[in-house]
Design a protein around this ligand. Structure first.
Ligand code: PGA
Length: 259
């Protein structure tokens, strides 16, 4: 169901001690923040420990950054849905970095979405065009493929993230998020497919300064944060701003409903 969300994608960053300190600090700092669902997606090797750390307060959820779609078998180096379904609530599927560096294609993304749902995991399905000059319709094609054979009554269990890969920071400072109106155009088309059921996030170079531009748009339910999620104070500030902006909007809607 639609809800305000902020997802941290730590990518292939953090050593064990950094990861534990980061997760503990985020958990403690978010203890009194309400009105936004926060999710940490650490590297797979830290998944169980981070899940133990955050589950104490039950405010932060955990997601995997990827998984294979088979349950078990001779697939060296892979992790399966049944290995993570008791630890994680979410799994990122089809991130543009997986498509670009590991040749992940739409068919595989679809298999992963189906496998995730079968195991009670909510897939965070990433879609987006590769180059700035490409049409955002590319994202729609990816989404339709990703949702093949997914029954409509399961749409409430998926999260969609529009993340145009040209807007992703790629670890560089001073990268720029996509213009909000462009994100909104793509998100409107995504909404036509998933109707009212699924949260739709934007991902790509969101930081403390740009987050409000996205948060104040009711069409955008959340953000997926890469680089800016590796500093606890910055990530928590983003979560607070998201919660404040969304709750403020709800207050206005409620006031108008009560008139
Ligand atoms: P970024 O990553 O915030 O570092 O640009 C976003 C993403 O991976 O979608």
């Amino acid at each position: 169901m639609r809800r305000p969300m902020v997802v941290a994608n730590w990518k292939m960053y953090t050593r064990a001690s950094d990861a534990y300190i980061l997760a503990t600090t985020i958990r403690n700092m978010l203890a009194d923040v309400d009105g936004v669902e926060t999710v940490i997606c650490p590297p797979a090797v830290w998944l169980s420990e981070i899940s133990e750390i955050v589950k104490r307060d039950g405010k932060v959820n955990v997601g995997a950054q990827n998984m294979f779609y088979e349950n078990e078998g001779p697939y060296t180096g892979e992790i399966s849905p049944q290995m993570i379904c008791d630890i994680a609530k979410y799994v990122i599927v089809g991130h543009s970095e997986r498509r670009e560096h590991f040749g992940e294609h739409d068919l595989e993304v679809n298999e992963k979405v189906l496998a995730a749902l079968k195991h009670g995991l909510s897939p965070i399905i990433c879609v987006g065009e590769r180059k700035k000059s490409d049409s955002p319709d590319h994202a729609i094609k990816q989404l339709k493929e990703a949702l093949t054979h997914v029954p409509k009554n399961r749409y409430k269990d998926v999260v969609i993230c529009y993340e145009p890969s040209w807007a992703i920071s790629k670890g560089k400072a001073n990268s720029e998020a996509a213009p909000v109106d462009r994100a909104l155009r793509a998100i409107a088309k995504i909404r036509e497919i998933v109707l009212r059921e699924s949260p739709i996030l934007y991902g790509g170079s969101v930081d403390v300064d740009s987050v409000l531009d996205f948060a104040k748009r009711p069409e955008i339910d959340g953000v997926l944060i890469g680089s800016a999620s590796l500093r606890a104070s910055i990530f928590v500030e983003i979560c607070k701003r998201w919660a404040d902006a969304k709750n403020f909007k709800n207050d206005i809607v409620l006031e108008e409903e009560n008139k």
